[in-house]
Design a protein around this ligand. Structure first.
Ligand code: PLP
Length: 263
């Protein structure tokens, strides 16, 4: 009998339940994939922001990965918050050591509330060690700028950044346009391994309840890849999933509220 599809997130937790590992597990569950997690960092966090965080000892990350590889059959994985260069390196080494299937790299840098979830000097480590392993990389505009060194001010800039990320070794790229200037639309640029490209457009919803959107998008892509869906379809499904979770809000907390995974 074929094993049930199993997926993995290597990321940071959110005690408030809206982002990070918690968003990943909820998303994978909703997409009917068995969700597993290697916790890289623990945040003290709610919808108002990140109050503190601590990364776990790399040895414990090695042990979590070894434990999964020893028993489960992980068919796709993703990375999220990785804290600093030492932990980016540790995660990249584990991803080279074990076959956890296609990798989606969400190059998490700064939370919406402004907290830095990745040390500045770790951006080059993400670029040099993690991006080359990526089946899909999912930066937002500021992350794409930091990774490529390009200034992105328009659609042409997104196209150039997509090409640059592929030159750095990522097979497929989705650059999220949510931080863009268009008040009506959030346009994402997708560039596939075969050189074809397309835009995903969604109407912008005027809401502060967008905590965890990036995690949810990359977790949904990962879940679809674990089920054997092709990359283009996985990205399209994930965009539709995130758009739905933003549209139908739930009231939790006082700040950047979490998404509605039942939407
Ligand atoms: N906390 C953790 C652990 C995350 O991984 C992320 C995003 O990836 C965030 C917080 C930030 O969430 P947002 O910027 O959507 O509020």
């Amino acid at each position: 009998m074929n094993e049930f599809p199993q997926a993995l997130t290597l990321a940071g937790t959110d005690s408030g339940g809206g982002a990070g590992v918690m968003a990943d597990l909820k998303t994978m569950q909703m997409r009917h994939v068995f969700a597993t997690a290697v916790v890289v960092a623990v945040t003290a966090q709610n919808t108002r922001g990140v109050q503190d965080f601590m990364a776990l000892p790399p040895k414990l990350i090695d042990e979590q990965c070894a434990s999964l590889a020893d028993d489960l059959k992980i068919l796709a994985c993703k990375t999220g918050m990785l804290a600093d260069a030492e932990h980016v390196h540790c995660v990249a080494e584990n991803l080279k050591r074990y076959d956890f299937g296609p990798l989606t790299v969400d190059p998490v840098m700064i939370a919406k509330g402004g907290a830095a979830l990745l040390a500045d000097d770790a951006i080059t480590t993400v670029r040099d060690e993690l991006v080359p392993l990526a089946t899909v990389v999912t930066p937002n505009l500021p992350e794409a700028q930091r990774l490529t060194g390009l200034t992105i001010i328009d659609a042409d800039g997104m196209v150039r950044a997509g090409q640059a990320l592929q030159a750095l070794g990522a097979q497929n790229v989705i650059i999220k346009g949510g931080h863009g200037a268009d008040p009506q639309m959030a346009n994402d640029y997708v560039r596939l391994a075969d050189g074809t490209a397309f835009w995903l457009a969604a109407p912008r919803t005027d809401t502060v309840r967008t905590h965890g959107t990036g995690d949810t998008l990359s977790a949904c892509i990962t879940a679809e890849l674990a089920k054997g869906v092709d990359v283009a379809a996985a990205i399209q499904t994930a965009k539709a999933y995130v758009t739905g979770t933003i549209r139908d809000t739930i009231q939790v907390g006082h700040g950047h509220g979490p998404l509605n995974h039942w939407a």
